[in-house]
Design a protein around this ligand. Structure first.
Ligand code: GLA
Length: 392
């Protein structure tokens, strides 16, 4: 895993600022809010499970200045869109990107904070809809910015909780905490392992020397994602409720054992059983992956990634044809220790563990095969880890 160099504002954002009728010294806050990868521990954060994410060098950059008027003037430069929001924020707006920011403001309002007038310009190099969590970067960046301006002194884990509340309540997305937590708390030195039940986390020592991570973007995003995500959350809740009938002390699904699940299989529908089976095994895989990474075993880590993909495809059913193709194409090649779909699913990226000296060949071969089959040019991003959200 490579590490990135210290951040500066991207040139297109600097150029945009120069085009505004505002003196450059007036911008009082500049920050970088990164995307994330997740090595392993997929679809377990909302069951209180273990995950192993990291923040990456692709990010959304925010620049802000105070306004004397009660409004937020927002510029989404990569979308070429602007929106002005009156303060206090009353409710959702028709634009999703506005709601990611407004939802954070509402959380601060709910804590009794008086929101200041602001002009906020943001943009960067984080692909959206690709499973690297541009939405969490948007939320985390805004939360960090308000924490600075209001001097609220929330810790990074508290900011991640605030962002998750905003997703759950303002946007109505029942997501877990992994994405926002990783974006805010990531380390440049390696991934973290996060317990999503207690929010305790620690760095994982990365002893892999000659292997690197490669993201391959399928460039597809199937519409299923939102409803299917909420269904998975509900199915896991169903499985937990059945287990709790027998063992009430099991507080969350990720704490259950396969034996406990087996014991209630007669009371559980087949779909919820399969989802829970995946979740319980995935938690074990995260523990094994920590050991594999710290021991520098690409072979073991690769096998775990492949097993996660199989579970997400067959038991959890959140993969799609294109992701399965990319995973198969990569793992058939010499120098690829393992690969899997990453993130919520139904499109986005695969994460590939590739020997450094094979990177260029793997990238070319998989890209060619994908184009020949789907007539789509996929994008590839060698992963460089970076620190979590930071002021510039
Ligand atoms: C999305 C959600 C996360 C997590 C992943 C799957 O990225 O936002 O909370 O559930 O899917 O691991």
């Amino acid at each position: 895993m490579k590490h990135s160099t210290p951040p500066t504002l991207p040139p297109h954002l600097t150029a945009y600022l120069a085009s505004l009728p505002v003196a450059s010294g007036a911008w009082t806050v500049r920050l970088r809010s990164p995307g994330r990868i997740n090595l392993i521990g997929e679809h377990v954060d909302y069951t209180g499970g273990l995950v192993m994410p990291a923040a990456i060098d692709k990010a959304i950059y925010f620049v802000a200045r105070p306004l004397s008027t009660p409004e937020w003037r927002l510029h989404a430069i990569d979308l070429c869109e602007q929106h002005t929001l009156s303060l206090p924020i009353e409710g959702p707006s028709p634009e999703l990107w506005v709601n990611y920011l407004a939802g954070i403001g509402v959380q601060y309002q709910d804590q009794g904070q008086f929101l200041p007038g602001l002009e906020v310009v943001f943009g960067g190099n984080l692909p959206s809809g690709s499973g690297v969590s541009s939405s969490a970067a948007l939320e985390g960046g805004m939360a960090f910015l308000l924490n600075e301006l209001l001097n609220t002194k929330l810790s990074r884990p508290e900011l991640a909780q605030l962002c998750q509340r905003s997703s759950n309540t303002f946007l109505g997305i029942p997501s877990g905490i992994m994405d926002q937590f990783a974006s805010l708390n990531g380390l440049a030195t390696g991934p973290i392992v996060l317990n999503c039940h207690t929010l305790e986390f620690e760095p994982v020592k990365n002893a892999l020397t000659d292997y690197t991570l490669l993201l391959i973007n399928s460039m597809v995003s199937h519409d299923l994602s939102d409803g299917a995500y909420a269904e998975r959350v509900a199915e896991c809740q169903r499985a937990l409720a059945a287990i709790q009938q027998r063992t009430p002390e099991t507080t969350h699904l990720s704490a259950a054992t396969l034996e406990e699940l087996e014991a209630v299989s007669g009371q559980l529908d087949e779909v919820a059983y399969r989802r829970a089976h995946y979740v319980i095994e995935e938690n074990e895989r995260v523990r094994s992956a920590v050991t594999a990474l710290e021991a520098g075993s690409s072979h073991k880590l690769g096998r775990l990634l492949n097993a996660t993909h199989a579970g997400l495809r067959d038991e959890y059913e959140v993969s799609c044809e294109e992701l399965d193709f990319l995973q198969r194409a990569a793992t058939a090649l010499d120098g690829v220790a393992g690969a899997r779909m990453m993130g919520g699913g139904f499109g986005g990226c695969t994460l590939n563990l590739v020997r450094e000296d094979r990177l260029a060949d793997v990238l070319q071969t998989v890209t060619d095969a994908y184009r020949a089959t789907y007539a789509i040019d996929c994008e590839c991003y060698p992963v460089r880890l970076a620190a979590g959200t930071s002021l510039i």
